[in-house]
Design a protein around this ligand. Structure first.
Ligand code: HEM
Ligand code: HEM
Length: 193
């Protein structure tokens, strides 16, 4: 019997792509497309062309450069919200529940891995909920303080996402090299029980 059904593998790789994409948009927003750094670069370059702009104008230009990237954060955010629903449906299939039946019988290490998966599902649920609320703050007439708290939560929980992703990728590679040969290729070709 196949270990991972085609629909589960499809979910895993689409989900991995979307989460890495979301982390990528945040990375670019905070580095190469940071409005603070870019507004200074723009102001300095324009000044060397004898065009003087205020810091507010610099910020407006830098934020305009960042806008198309951030549209991708929201598009990938919608995709993540859909993939969370897809994962919930998969819990009703053998592939989707195999990691969560008989947790007591698992070794301590496996128990921690499984708890980690439940943890990341909870974290991503919070990310999707808070992200959607931020995205529709005007339509929902959210007051400023509420939006600020939601944004703080969204940003704080973000740290947990990249920590999980780094540990997860390192973990499956180590398992593959050590004592669980084929763990990664099983998630590609389906594997066998
Ligand atoms: C790109 C490199 C990645 C590789 C090679 C990889 C590989 C794997 C493998 C082999 C498993 C099965 C582990 C097991 O048998 O318990 C797995 C499960 C899982 N992966 Fe990844 N993964 C990657 C990226 C990601 C990313 C970016 C996420 C996003 C959060 C993610 C989320 C998950 C989750 C939640 C499970 C548990 C599935 C379940 O509920 O049973 N993976 N991954
Ligand atoms: C893995 C999931 C996600 C991660 C890691 C993530 C990360 C972040 C981070 C770090 C910020 C703050 C950026 C900053 O101000 O420097 C942010 C803002 C935001 N995120 Fe997400 N996010 C995720 C999912 C989502 C989802 C599902 C949505 C829903 C559409 C979303 C919509 C937003 C919005 C609207 C903002 C506010 C942007 C602004 O103030 O201009 N995010 N996200």
């Amino acid at each position: 019997m196949t270990k991972w059904s085609l629909s589960f593998r499809l979910w895993h790789w689409l989900h991995a792509f979307v989460v890495l994409g979301l982390l990528g948009t945040v990375f670019l927003r905070k580095t190469f497309l940071s409005w603070r750094d870019n507004s200074e670069i723009l102001a300095a370059k324009l000044s060397s062309m004898q065009i003087e702009i205020s810091s507010e104008q610099g910020a407006t230009l830098a934020k305009a450069l960042r806008a198309p990237l951030w549209e991708w954060h929201v598009i990938l955010g919608y995709a993540l919200s859909f993939l969370i629903l897809y994962r919930l449906a998969l819990f009703f299939t053998p592939s989707g529940k195999q990691n969560y039946t008989d947790i007591r019988a698992a070794s301590l290490h496996k128990k921690m891995v499984k708890i980690g998966y439940i943890g990341i599902y909870t974290v991503l649920l919070v990310m999707a909920g808070s992200g959607l609320l931020l995205n529709f703050q005007e339509e929902l007439s959210l007051v400023k303080e509420t939006t600020k708290s939601i944004k703080e939560l969204h940003e704080a929980v973000f740290t947990l996402v990249w920590i999980f992703v780094a540990l997860h990728i390192a973990g499956v590679v180590m398992a593959e090299v050590r004592d669980e040969k084929g763990i990664v290729s099983d998630m590609i070709n389906g594997g066998k029980h």
